[in-house]
Ligand binder design. Sequence first.
Ligand code: B12
Ligand code: SF4
Ligand code: SF4
Length: 394
Amino acid sequence: MPDADRWLKLKEEMKAAAPALGIDKIGVASADPFLELRERLERHRELGRESGFEEPDLDKRTRPELTLPGAKSIISIALAYPTKLRNPPKSEPGAYRGILSRSAWGADYHQVLRNRLANLEAWIRERVPEARIVSMVDTGVLSDRAVAERAGIGWSGSNCSMITPEFGSWVYLGEMITDLPLPPDKPVTESCGDCTICIDACPTGALVGPGELDAKRCLSFLTQTKGHLPDEYKKKIGNRLYGCDTCQIVCPVNRGIHFEFHEEMRPDPEVVKPLLLPLLSISNKEFKEKFGRSAAAWRGKKPIQRNAVLALGNFRDRTAVPELVRVLREDPRPELRGSAAWSLGEIGGEEALAALREAAERESDEVVQGEIGRAIAKASAPRPKREHKKATDG
Ligand code: B12
Ligand code: SF4
Ligand code: SF4
């Protein structure tokens, strides 16, 4: 059989085998350098729009042969994830809840995709034992989306997501660089057209243009930071504990899309939409037991606790005052005390105000002092009638 036919046949067989390997979509891209992406990444960096979670070496990001000398093709895989909870628990006064983004539901996707890439690698090695392969998911050097786009998995949405015609943007991506000369697939022809819904819906204006994100203003990034959350985002974070799904939820292509193909991805509602109050006193051991399986745990418990404190302020949950006062008085972490001060200022009332005044006498951290001062001013000012605040994405 001529060589070209052999590789085409292997690719077709691989695609036919995908469902049995637990993969929802496979595409093949050439391993040529990503020249357009390179320019884009340079501009992105110059404008200070990186999150800091990206691979910093732009040569490695855009030249697959630096990772695998002799690289010829990249196999891109996509796995669809669930978007809806069965019997979601209610978030209501006295029992308010936070929400994890769908990308953190079920088992950590890094592990799930690594498992599928291992299945695929074994499948290839049975047929081409000498194949050279380097697999990666998220934390690898390449841009998973740019690879997927070139491999015909989907189009690059104005919300930055890779949108597949079959599963919308609710897909995780991973890839393997190989030295197999598999014939590349064609990019998909669909696009966002003149729709701008996601750009208009982004709560922080982080989508500065179609497909252009200022990551430092993106709530998904901000929920993962460990320091004080800047004031301008404290209300906007709503009840998000990890990640943000707004620009995907509003996308018309995603309407009604929900797949439960993978057992490991099934969400536990009490984990992905947890009660906020118990999070304030959760121990390391309990945190590990409850969230350890989720992709949301990678930054530890501090960001999630900080976000829970802010969410209680956003809900203006009066029943949370004693616990917020305890955090303000006792928590050794300034970010937690500062956030508790902010939330007490939002909730207001005599008990909150008294605790803030008392804390102002003792607090030694300058930033927290500032938070307390602003919170006292807020809690002392006349306030509009209270209303029941709605949850964010849940
Ligand atoms: C850093 C990072 C983040 C940062 C920055 C995100 C960003 N948009 O840059 C933060 C923390 C904010 C983040 C958030 C999220 N992330 Co993230 N993240 C990454 C990571 C590690 C690198 C992304 C990166 O390099 N960005 C830099 C930009 C410039 O490049 P890019 O988005 O990769 O590539 C696109 C652009 O360059 C664009 N492009 C190139 N040329 C041109 C030219 C024109 C004219 C235009 C318009 C566009 C364009 O097209 C490329 C392909 O789509 C990837 C994993 C990886 N290794 O790739 C995951 C990844 C992108 N994240 C993912 C997910 C799921 C998310 C969230 C949805 C999670 C959540 N629910 O909170 C949000 C979505 C936020 C958003 N609107 O993008 C998935 C995306 C899956 C998908 N279907 O697209 C990835 C691929 C992880 C994975 N393996 O599944 N993430
Ligand atoms: S993830 Fe949220 S904050 Fe980030 S771009 Fe999308 S809507 Fe905006
Ligand atoms: S909301 Fe509209 S513009 Fe945004 S990603 Fe979806 S289709 Fe594209």
